[in-house]
Design a binder for this molecule. Structure first.
Ligand SMILES: Cc1cc2nc3c(=O)[nH]c(=O)nc-3n(C[C@H](O)[C@H](O)[C@H](O)COP(=O)(O)O)c2cc1C
Length: 334
């Protein structure tokens, strides 16, 4: 029944209930899934991807659904309404979703206030984007102003330069502008773990440029990937502009992740996201080189028990293959 309603309306209703702590998943914990990475303890490797809890309103509740960490945002310096509705479209035949929300969020000052009083029992990442009204040439300053307000409230920070729904944003993935943004953030706080989130539509050459930036700017890691502007992987194209996520994104996102893992310095942390629908998909991403994974669309399709179900399946697959922990699984490779 819920799937016949407007997807953004359902999302709003779900967020309301989440804030009240109405949803709870069965508990599933296993010491083989725990890791300490960049000084942060993760109880399991599956996090909530950016864009679900943009304003950090349900931060105290995500662990009850089994997530091992949460990424809030994208947050922009200026509060902004995003694109006109409707702007979120289901592609049920392909278990996909298309969105062109355009960074609707309450702005960095308001999210900072909320984060200051929130208590999450799992690690929290904060994803930063460029305000729509800020010129591309002033992007570094815009990210820096957000970071100034937010930097003390996250376990890690993400520079999002890969959303397809803010005009010109993805050009900030190029070496020059990206280095400028990262050094502006380092001026404010040089100690916090920093990630860059990349698009799945970059050529290998462009990914290699991002890797060079990662090295030069001493990034903690990369997040691969955001949504795709491609439509070749869906059988039922609703003809809507925006970024495609979910099952049809998996092959592309995995290919980008695998390329990064092959070429990156082994100390670079990789977070794999795009098309996770079950435990096998997490297993694949870790074997492609991911240290951590994230999910958005698959959780909507899978329902409230999706995370413990997927983690249990992951442990079963590890057991089947005689793998003792996630580090060993990553080293077996694909
Ligand atoms: C409705 C929607 C909103 C999103 N908003 C953001 C966002 O604000 N910032 C961001 O970095 N990624 C955003 N994403 C991308 C997700 O974080 C993720 O990278 C992408 O959906 C692929 O994962 P999935 O296949 O598990 O959904 C959004 C995705 C969806 C479906």
């Amino acid at each position: 029944m819920a799937f016949t309603m407007d997807p953004e309306r359902i999302h709003e209703m779900a967020m309301n209930m989440l804030q009240k702590g109405v949803f709870r998943a069965r508990s599933f914990q296993d010491p083989r899934l725990a890791q300490t990475l960049f000084g942060v303890k993760f109880p399991n490797p599956l996090g909530l991807a950016a864009g679900f809890d943009k304003n950090a309103v349900a931060l105290n509740h995500w662990h009850q659904l089994g997530f091992g960490f949460v990424e809030v945002g994208t947050v922009t310096y200026h509060a902004q309404p995003g694109n006109p509705k409707p702007r979120m479209f289901r592609v049920p035949e392909d278990r996909g979703l298309i969105n062109r929300l355009g960074f609707n969020n309450e702005g960095a000052a308001s999210v900072a206030t909320r984060l200051a009083s929130a208590k999450s029992s799992v690690p929290v990442g904060v994803n930063l984007g460029k305000s729509k009204i800020t010129e591309l040439a002033d992007a570094a300053n815009d990210y820096q102003e957000s970071y100034r307000l937010l930097h003390s409230f996250g376990d890690y920070f993400v520079v999002n330069v890969s959303s397809p729904n803010t005009p010109g944003l993805r050009t900030l993935q190029e070496k020059g502008p990206l280095l400028e943004i990262l050094s502006a953030l380092r001026e404010v706080d040089s100690k916090k773990p920093l990630f860059v989130k990349v698009a799945p539509d970059l050529e290998w050459d462009a990914l290699d440029d991002v890797l060079a930036v990662a090295q030069e700017a001493k990034l903690t890691g990369l997040i691969a990937t955001n949504t795709t502007i491609g439509r070749e992987s869906i059988t039922h194209d609703p003809g809507e502009a925006g970024g495609l996520s979910g099952a049809p994104l998996k092959i592309k996102a995995d290919a980008v992740l695998a390329h990064l893992a092959r070429s990156a310095d082994p100390s670079l942390i990789l977070i794999g996201v795009g098309g996770i629908m079950n435990g096998q998909d997490i297993y694949d991403k870790i074997r492609f080189g991911a240290h951590l994974c994230q999910i958005y669309t698959g959780w909507i399709y899978g329902g409230p028990h999706m995370v413990p179900d997927a983690l249990e399946q992951l442990v079963m697959l590890m057991q089947r293959d005689g793998v003792k922990n996630l580090d060993e699984l990553r080293r077996t490779g694909l």
